[in-house]
Design a protein around this ligand. Structure first.
Ligand code: PLP
Length: 359
Protein backbone atom coordinates (compact mmCIF):
# COMPACT_ATOMS: atom_id res chain seq x y z
CA UNK A 1 0.00 0.00 0.00
CA UNK A 2 1.18 3.48 -0.86
CA UNK A 3 0.66 5.91 2.07
CA UNK A 4 -0.25 9.48 1.16
CA UNK A 5 1.23 12.44 3.00
CA UNK A 6 -1.75 13.35 5.16
CA UNK A 7 -1.80 17.02 6.21
CA UNK A 8 -5.27 16.90 7.79
CA UNK A 9 -5.72 18.87 11.01
CA UNK A 10 -7.46 16.13 12.98
CA UNK A 11 -8.07 13.27 12.98
CA UNK A 12 -4.59 13.26 11.56
CA UNK A 13 -1.79 11.05 10.36
CA UNK A 14 -0.69 8.36 12.85
CA UNK A 15 2.66 6.58 13.17
CA UNK A 16 2.73 3.66 10.75
CA UNK A 17 4.30 1.45 13.46
CA UNK A 18 1.28 2.07 15.73
CA UNK A 19 -1.20 1.31 12.95
CA UNK A 20 0.60 -1.88 11.98
CA UNK A 21 0.81 -3.19 15.54
CA UNK A 22 -2.88 -2.43 16.15
CA UNK A 23 -3.78 -4.10 12.89
CA UNK A 24 -1.78 -7.24 13.69
CA UNK A 25 -3.60 -7.47 17.03
CA UNK A 26 -7.07 -6.48 15.90
CA UNK A 27 -8.67 -9.91 15.62
CA UNK A 28 -6.62 -11.87 18.13
CA UNK A 29 -5.32 -9.58 20.83
CA UNK A 30 -2.04 -10.90 22.30
CA UNK A 31 -3.23 -14.45 21.59
CA UNK A 32 -6.27 -14.10 23.86
CA UNK A 33 -8.60 -15.51 21.20
CA UNK A 34 -10.52 -12.22 21.23
CA UNK A 35 -10.22 -8.78 19.75
CA UNK A 36 -9.48 -6.00 22.23
CA UNK A 37 -12.75 -4.56 20.90
CA UNK A 38 -14.55 -7.52 22.48
CA UNK A 39 -12.83 -7.60 25.85
CA UNK A 40 -14.51 -6.40 29.05
CA UNK A 41 -12.87 -3.33 30.49
CA UNK A 42 -12.97 -5.07 33.87
CA UNK A 43 -10.47 -7.77 32.93
CA UNK A 44 -6.70 -8.02 33.40
CA UNK A 45 -6.25 -8.07 29.61
CA UNK A 46 -7.65 -4.58 29.31
CA UNK A 47 -6.28 -3.34 32.62
CA UNK A 48 -2.75 -3.98 31.34
CA UNK A 49 -3.49 -1.78 28.33
CA UNK A 50 -5.15 0.92 30.44
CA UNK A 51 -2.50 1.26 33.13
CA UNK A 52 0.30 0.69 30.62
CA UNK A 53 -0.94 3.66 28.60
CA UNK A 54 -1.13 5.82 31.72
CA UNK A 55 2.48 4.95 32.62
CA UNK A 56 3.73 5.61 29.11
CA UNK A 57 2.10 9.07 29.08
CA UNK A 58 3.59 9.78 32.50
CA UNK A 59 7.01 8.75 31.28
CA UNK A 60 6.96 10.57 27.92
CA UNK A 61 5.57 13.84 29.30
CA UNK A 62 7.54 13.59 32.60
CA UNK A 63 4.29 14.14 34.49
CA UNK A 64 5.07 14.90 38.15
CA UNK A 65 3.58 12.65 40.85
CA UNK A 66 1.09 15.24 42.08
CA UNK A 67 -0.94 14.99 38.86
CA UNK A 68 -3.67 12.55 37.78
CA UNK A 69 -3.82 11.37 34.18
CA UNK A 70 -7.45 10.90 33.14
CA UNK A 71 -9.06 9.38 30.05
CA UNK A 72 -12.32 11.20 29.39
CA UNK A 73 -14.86 11.33 26.58
CA UNK A 74 -16.81 14.10 24.89
CA UNK A 75 -13.74 15.51 23.16
CA UNK A 76 -11.72 18.56 24.06
CA UNK A 77 -15.00 20.48 23.72
CA UNK A 78 -16.35 18.97 26.93
CA UNK A 79 -13.40 20.43 28.83
CA UNK A 80 -14.56 23.93 27.90
CA UNK A 81 -17.32 23.49 30.49
CA UNK A 82 -15.78 20.83 32.75
CA UNK A 83 -12.90 23.14 33.66
CA UNK A 84 -15.05 25.99 35.03
CA UNK A 85 -17.64 23.59 36.52
CA UNK A 86 -14.94 21.92 38.60
CA UNK A 87 -12.71 24.87 39.37
CA UNK A 88 -15.00 27.84 39.91
CA UNK A 89 -17.25 28.28 42.91
CA UNK A 90 -20.10 30.79 43.14
CA UNK A 91 -18.97 34.32 42.30
CA UNK A 92 -15.49 33.17 41.34
CA UNK A 93 -13.97 34.01 37.97
CA UNK A 94 -11.04 33.07 35.78
CA UNK A 95 -8.81 34.84 33.27
CA UNK A 96 -8.77 33.81 29.62
CA UNK A 97 -6.33 34.61 26.82
CA UNK A 98 -8.03 34.56 23.44
CA UNK A 99 -5.64 33.89 20.58
CA UNK A 100 -7.86 32.04 18.10
CA UNK A 101 -11.04 30.10 17.42
CA UNK A 102 -10.56 27.50 20.17
CA UNK A 103 -10.00 29.94 23.02
CA UNK A 104 -12.89 32.04 21.69
CA UNK A 105 -15.12 28.97 21.91
CA UNK A 106 -14.00 28.18 25.47
CA UNK A 107 -14.97 31.70 26.57
CA UNK A 108 -18.43 31.33 25.01
CA UNK A 109 -18.96 28.05 26.82
CA UNK A 110 -18.11 29.36 30.28
CA UNK A 111 -20.95 31.86 30.08
CA UNK A 112 -23.36 29.05 29.16
CA UNK A 113 -22.87 27.56 32.61
CA UNK A 114 -23.31 30.95 34.24
CA UNK A 115 -19.69 31.55 35.25
CA UNK A 116 -17.47 34.45 34.44
CA UNK A 117 -14.43 34.72 32.17
CA UNK A 118 -12.25 37.83 32.24
CA UNK A 119 -10.71 38.08 28.82
CA UNK A 120 -7.35 39.67 29.64
CA UNK A 121 -6.00 39.57 26.08
CA UNK A 122 -7.67 39.10 22.72
CA UNK A 123 -5.96 39.22 19.33
CA UNK A 124 -9.11 39.01 17.19
CA UNK A 125 -8.56 42.54 15.83
CA UNK A 126 -5.52 41.24 13.93
CA UNK A 127 -7.27 38.04 12.87
CA UNK A 128 -5.56 36.02 15.58
CA UNK A 129 -2.11 36.27 14.04
CA UNK A 130 -0.13 36.85 17.24
CA UNK A 131 0.44 35.93 20.88
CA UNK A 132 0.07 38.77 23.42
CA UNK A 133 3.40 39.71 24.97
CA UNK A 134 2.21 41.36 28.18
CA UNK A 135 -0.55 40.18 30.49
CA UNK A 136 -2.30 41.61 33.50
CA UNK A 137 -3.56 38.65 35.46
CA UNK A 138 -6.51 39.55 37.73
CA UNK A 139 -5.80 39.50 41.46
CA UNK A 140 -8.63 37.10 42.19
CA UNK A 141 -8.35 34.84 39.11
CA UNK A 142 -8.88 31.19 40.07
CA UNK A 143 -6.98 30.13 36.97
CA UNK A 144 -5.52 31.42 33.73
CA UNK A 145 -6.72 29.67 30.59
CA UNK A 146 -4.95 29.53 27.26
CA UNK A 147 -4.70 27.42 24.11
CA UNK A 148 -1.05 26.51 23.59
CA UNK A 149 -1.48 26.07 19.84
CA UNK A 150 -4.40 27.56 17.93
CA UNK A 151 -4.95 24.84 15.36
CA UNK A 152 -7.04 26.91 12.96
CA UNK A 153 -4.99 30.12 12.83
CA UNK A 154 -1.57 28.47 13.36
CA UNK A 155 -0.27 30.54 16.28
CA UNK A 156 1.58 28.94 19.19
CA UNK A 157 2.89 29.99 22.58
CA UNK A 158 6.68 29.48 22.59
CA UNK A 159 6.73 29.74 26.38
CA UNK A 160 3.90 29.68 28.91
CA UNK A 161 3.40 32.99 30.73
CA UNK A 162 4.56 33.44 34.32
CA UNK A 163 1.43 33.35 36.49
CA UNK A 164 2.85 33.81 40.00
CA UNK A 165 1.11 30.75 41.27
CA UNK A 166 -2.23 31.08 39.49
CA UNK A 167 -2.92 27.62 38.01
CA UNK A 168 -2.52 27.55 34.26
CA UNK A 169 -5.15 25.62 32.31
CA UNK A 170 -3.86 24.64 28.89
CA UNK A 171 -5.82 23.28 25.96
CA UNK A 172 -2.90 21.53 24.24
CA UNK A 173 -5.05 19.46 21.87
CA UNK A 174 -2.89 20.21 18.86
CA UNK A 175 0.61 20.36 20.29
CA UNK A 176 0.74 18.03 23.30
CA UNK A 177 3.72 15.66 23.16
CA UNK A 178 5.47 17.80 20.56
CA UNK A 179 7.92 19.44 23.03
CA UNK A 180 8.94 18.95 26.67
CA UNK A 181 6.50 20.57 29.13
CA UNK A 182 7.50 22.95 31.89
CA UNK A 183 5.12 21.82 34.66
CA UNK A 184 5.64 24.87 36.83
CA UNK A 185 2.23 26.57 37.31
CA UNK A 186 0.34 23.95 35.28
CA UNK A 187 -3.04 23.21 36.86
CA UNK A 188 -4.54 21.20 34.01
CA UNK A 189 -3.30 20.32 30.58
CA UNK A 190 -5.71 18.53 28.28
CA UNK A 191 -5.92 17.31 24.71
CA UNK A 192 -8.27 15.48 22.42
CA UNK A 193 -6.08 12.57 21.32
CA UNK A 194 -6.79 12.85 17.61
CA UNK A 195 -4.05 15.29 16.64
CA UNK A 196 -0.85 14.26 18.35
CA UNK A 197 -1.56 11.28 20.58
CA UNK A 198 -3.71 8.77 18.75
CA UNK A 199 -7.16 8.34 17.22
CA UNK A 200 -10.36 10.19 18.13
CA UNK A 201 -12.48 9.03 21.06
CA UNK A 202 -10.42 9.82 24.14
CA UNK A 203 -9.41 13.11 25.74
CA UNK A 204 -6.29 13.05 27.89
CA UNK A 205 -6.76 15.33 30.91
CA UNK A 206 -3.80 15.78 33.26
CA UNK A 207 -4.94 17.49 36.46
CA UNK A 208 -2.97 18.63 39.50
CA UNK A 209 -4.40 16.65 42.40
CA UNK A 210 -5.13 19.63 44.67
CA UNK A 211 -7.57 20.92 42.03
CA UNK A 212 -9.69 17.76 42.15
CA UNK A 213 -12.47 18.47 44.61
CA UNK A 214 -15.76 16.76 45.31
CA UNK A 215 -18.40 18.76 43.48
CA UNK A 216 -21.82 17.46 44.53
CA UNK A 217 -23.63 19.98 42.34
CA UNK A 218 -21.83 18.95 39.16
CA UNK A 219 -23.27 15.97 37.21
CA UNK A 220 -21.37 12.82 38.18
CA UNK A 221 -19.80 12.22 34.76
CA UNK A 222 -18.56 15.81 34.61
CA UNK A 223 -16.64 15.73 37.90
CA UNK A 224 -12.89 15.17 37.76
CA UNK A 225 -13.19 13.48 41.16
CA UNK A 226 -15.44 10.72 39.74
CA UNK A 227 -12.84 9.69 37.19
CA UNK A 228 -9.81 10.24 39.41
CA UNK A 229 -11.23 7.98 42.14
CA UNK A 230 -11.85 5.16 39.66
CA UNK A 231 -8.68 5.54 37.55
CA UNK A 232 -10.84 6.50 34.55
CA UNK A 233 -12.73 3.20 34.85
CA UNK A 234 -15.91 4.63 36.36
CA UNK A 235 -17.73 3.81 33.15
CA UNK A 236 -16.65 2.03 29.96
CA UNK A 237 -13.63 3.83 28.56
CA UNK A 238 -12.90 4.01 24.80
CA UNK A 239 -10.65 0.97 25.02
CA UNK A 240 -9.29 0.87 21.50
CA UNK A 241 -8.43 4.58 21.40
CA UNK A 242 -6.58 4.23 24.70
CA UNK A 243 -4.72 1.20 23.33
CA UNK A 244 -3.63 3.21 20.30
CA UNK A 245 -2.52 6.16 22.44
CA UNK A 246 -0.27 3.64 24.20
CA UNK A 247 1.15 2.48 20.86
CA UNK A 248 1.74 6.08 19.80
CA UNK A 249 3.62 6.74 23.06
CA UNK A 250 5.70 3.62 22.43
CA UNK A 251 6.62 4.93 18.97
CA UNK A 252 7.54 8.31 20.44
CA UNK A 253 9.73 6.68 23.07
CA UNK A 254 11.57 4.61 20.46
CA UNK A 255 12.16 7.78 18.49
CA UNK A 256 13.87 9.45 21.44
CA UNK A 257 11.09 11.23 23.33
CA UNK A 258 10.01 14.84 23.45
CA UNK A 259 13.39 16.58 23.14
CA UNK A 260 14.09 14.64 19.99
CA UNK A 261 10.65 15.13 18.44
CA UNK A 262 10.92 18.86 19.20
CA UNK A 263 14.14 19.06 17.15
CA UNK A 264 12.55 17.12 14.32
CA UNK A 265 9.40 19.27 14.42
CA UNK A 266 11.47 22.46 14.20
CA UNK A 267 13.26 21.16 11.10
CA UNK A 268 9.98 20.02 9.55
CA UNK A 269 8.26 23.39 9.99
CA UNK A 270 11.34 25.28 8.77
CA UNK A 271 11.23 23.56 5.36
CA UNK A 272 7.78 25.02 4.71
CA UNK A 273 8.20 28.42 6.39
CA UNK A 274 11.47 28.94 4.48
CA UNK A 275 9.65 28.47 1.18
CA UNK A 276 6.97 30.94 2.30
CA UNK A 277 9.57 33.53 3.36
CA UNK A 278 11.69 33.24 0.25
CA UNK A 279 8.76 33.34 -2.19
CA UNK A 280 8.82 37.15 -2.61
CA UNK A 281 5.24 37.39 -1.41
CA UNK A 282 3.82 34.57 -3.55
CA UNK A 283 2.94 32.83 -0.29
CA UNK A 284 1.82 34.87 2.71
CA UNK A 285 2.14 33.32 6.15
CA UNK A 286 -0.79 34.10 8.46
CA UNK A 287 0.98 34.12 11.83
CA UNK A 288 3.63 36.59 12.91
CA UNK A 289 7.05 35.01 12.78
CA UNK A 290 7.73 34.86 16.51
CA UNK A 291 4.64 32.78 17.22
CA UNK A 292 4.39 30.59 14.15
CA UNK A 293 3.02 27.17 14.94
CA UNK A 294 5.29 24.17 14.48
CA UNK A 295 2.15 22.05 14.08
CA UNK A 296 -0.15 23.98 11.73
CA UNK A 297 1.40 26.08 8.99
CA UNK A 298 -1.23 28.54 7.72
CA UNK A 299 -0.79 30.63 4.60
CA UNK A 300 -2.59 32.22 1.68
CA UNK A 301 -1.88 32.90 -1.99
CA UNK A 302 -2.78 36.00 -3.99
CA UNK A 303 -6.14 34.66 -5.20
CA UNK A 304 -8.57 31.94 -4.23
CA UNK A 305 -8.19 30.57 -7.72
CA UNK A 306 -4.47 29.99 -7.21
CA UNK A 307 -5.15 28.39 -3.84
CA UNK A 308 -7.60 25.97 -5.44
CA UNK A 309 -5.10 25.16 -8.15
CA UNK A 310 -2.37 24.40 -5.64
CA UNK A 311 -4.66 22.19 -3.56
CA UNK A 312 -5.75 20.31 -6.67
CA UNK A 313 -2.17 19.72 -7.74
CA UNK A 314 -1.08 18.53 -4.31
CA UNK A 315 -3.93 16.02 -4.38
CA UNK A 316 -2.73 14.73 -7.72
CA UNK A 317 0.71 14.33 -6.13
CA UNK A 318 0.11 12.11 -3.12
CA UNK A 319 -0.76 14.84 -0.59
CA UNK A 320 -4.11 15.36 1.14
CA UNK A 321 -5.72 17.70 3.66
CA UNK A 322 -4.13 21.04 2.77
CA UNK A 323 -7.27 23.13 2.52
CA UNK A 324 -7.46 25.75 5.27
CA UNK A 325 -10.25 25.71 7.86
CA UNK A 326 -13.52 26.96 6.39
CA UNK A 327 -13.57 29.91 8.80
CA UNK A 328 -10.26 31.40 7.64
CA UNK A 329 -9.65 30.04 4.14
CA UNK A 330 -6.21 29.73 2.55
CA UNK A 331 -4.14 26.64 3.15
CA UNK A 332 -3.05 24.81 6.25
CA UNK A 333 -0.39 22.13 6.46
CA UNK A 334 -0.84 20.21 9.70
CA UNK A 335 2.48 18.57 10.45
CA UNK A 336 2.01 16.82 13.76
CA UNK A 337 4.57 14.45 15.31
CA UNK A 338 3.62 11.56 13.04
CA UNK A 339 4.10 13.51 9.79
CA UNK A 340 7.44 12.25 8.51
CA UNK A 341 10.19 14.75 7.81
CA UNK A 342 10.25 13.67 4.17
CA UNK A 343 6.57 14.68 3.88
CA UNK A 344 7.41 18.26 4.86
CA UNK A 345 10.39 18.35 2.52
CA UNK A 346 8.22 16.98 -0.28
CA UNK A 347 5.54 19.63 0.26
CA UNK A 348 8.14 22.42 0.53
CA UNK A 349 9.78 21.39 -2.77
CA UNK A 350 6.37 21.15 -4.38
CA UNK A 351 5.44 24.66 -3.20
CA UNK A 352 8.73 26.09 -4.46
CA UNK A 353 8.14 24.59 -7.86
CA UNK A 354 4.51 25.78 -7.94
CA UNK A 355 5.60 29.35 -7.15
CA UNK A 356 8.13 29.25 -9.96
CA UNK A 357 5.53 28.06 -12.47
CA UNK A 358 2.71 30.35 -11.35
CA UNK A 359 4.48 33.44 -9.99
C1 PLP B 1 -9.36 20.05 17.71
C2 PLP B 1 -9.32 20.97 18.87
C3 PLP B 1 -10.37 21.03 19.79
C4 PLP B 1 -11.64 20.23 19.64
O1 PLP B 1 -11.43 18.90 19.90
P1 PLP B 1 -12.65 17.84 19.96
O2 PLP B 1 -11.98 16.64 20.53
O3 PLP B 1 -13.14 17.67 18.56
O4 PLP B 1 -13.70 18.39 20.86
C5 PLP B 1 -10.23 21.89 20.86
N1 PLP B 1 -9.13 22.64 21.02
C6 PLP B 1 -8.10 22.60 20.15
C7 PLP B 1 -6.90 23.45 20.37
C8 PLP B 1 -8.17 21.75 19.04
O5 PLP B 1 -7.15 21.72 18.17
Amino acid sequence: MKRVFNFNAGPATLPLAALEEASANLVNFNNSGMSLLEVSHRTPIYEDVHFGTISSIKEILSVPDDYEILFLQGGAHTQFSMVPMNLLGDNESADYIVTGSWSEKAVKEISVIGKKANVIADTKATKYNSIPSTLNISKDAKYLYLVSNETIQGVQFKKFPETNGVPLIVDASSDICSYPIDWKNIGIIYAGAQKNMGPAGVTIVIVRKDLIKDQPNVPTMLRYSTHAKENSLYNTPPVFSIYMVGLTMKWLKNLGGLKKIDEINKRKAAYIYDVIDSSSGFYKGHAEKDCRSLMNVTFTLATEELEKKLIKETEANNMVGLKGHRSVGGLRASIYNAMPEEGCKYLADFMKDFAKKNG
